[in-house]
Design a protein around this ligand. Structure first.
Ligand code: F6R
Length: 272
């Protein structure tokens, strides 16, 4: 696992977008796993800048989003402005600004008449696309990746998950901004890629920012592996895991000097 510490949110975002952009340049038909939430917005802004100013090309890129609230759906017959889904969030924050094709992005459909079947099909669609090359992740206040709440299987596939009170509280503001749905009607369930799905991605890229995340980031990266903090499963990823933190989110890490030493060594010996 590579843990990169940057001074602030903007630098974290630029570093994360740089990793994604390197992949898009080296594999123009790559499959990206994407996240919603407040943390990746800056990463998406930097990707948009790279598209506009440096012609970063998304024409052949496919994407799969991590999750969606159950009861919130993509209604492609509606104009996006009236859509309350995470698909709309992705459209506003990234997709409408870049040259990705509509047929190439996928967000779980929380309005599916059979969400359990939908989960199985989503997992198969990821496989048919060749698997995820890079999965972008934020981390929830309770340590979740996607919506894999405490107690969720560390090997599980895409599934329906009940949300914790903490997640409902943490996410309400952004949820309301996106959907306009009041607190009492906020869904208590979500469709989410499982930790097993996330670990199958060839590369995981987790980002976190701000002092509110410092405690849970330290538990996720340096604590014992436990389904009570599902992000600890990143420690078992057999491939590449990169974590980009701003200084505040990394503040509780015990081995921070080591991580910085490793980054400097790798830059010296392995950089292009
Ligand atoms: C969103 C997602 C969640 C968020 C997490 C952090 O698609 O999968 O796991 O990444 O809740 O959210 P923010 O970035 O708003 O702190």
């Amino acid at each position: 696992m590579d843990i990169l510490i940057r001074e602030n949110y903007d630098q974290m975002s630029v570093a994360a977008a740089g990793i994604i952009a390197d992949l898009v340049r080296s594999k123009p038909n790559c499959v990206l796993g994407l996240a919603t939430g407040s943390t990746p917005v800056g990463t998406y802004q930097e990707l948009i800048r790279l598209h506009k100013e440096e012609k970063l090309d998304f024409a052949r890129v496919k994407t799969f989003n991590l999750d969606e609230y159950l009861g919130i759906g993509i209604d492609l017959s509606l104009p996006y402005e009236k859509d309350q889904s995470y698909a709309r969030f992705m459209w506003e924050e990234l997709f409408k600004h870049i040259n990705i094709k509509k047929v190439n992005f996928h967000v779980p459909d929380g309005l599916s008449s059979d969400p359990f079947k939908f989960c199985r099909e989503y997992e198969k669609a990821i496989e048919r696309a060749g698997g995820i090359d890079l999965q972008l992740l934020g981390i929830g206040g309770d340590g979740h990746l996607g919506f894999n709440e405490p107690g969720s299987s560390l090997y599980g596939p895409t599934h329906v998950e009940a949300l914790t009170q903490q997640t409902l509280d943490d996410n309400f503001e952004l949820f309301y901004q996106n959907s306009g749905i009041p607190r009492e009607k906020m869904p208590h369930f979500a469709i989410t890629m499982g930790i097993g799905t996330i670990l199958k991605a060839k590369q995981n890229l987790m980002i976190a920012s701000g002092k509110k995340k410092a405690g849970i980031v330290a538990s996720a990266l340096e604590g014992p592996i436990t389904s009570q903090i599902t992000s600890t499963a990143l420690q078992m990823h057999p491939g590449k895991v990169t974590v980009v933190l701003d200084r505040e989110a990394g503040a509780n890490l015990k081995k921070i000097d080591h991580y910085q030493h490793v980054e400097a060594l790798k830059a010296r010996y392995f950089s292009k």
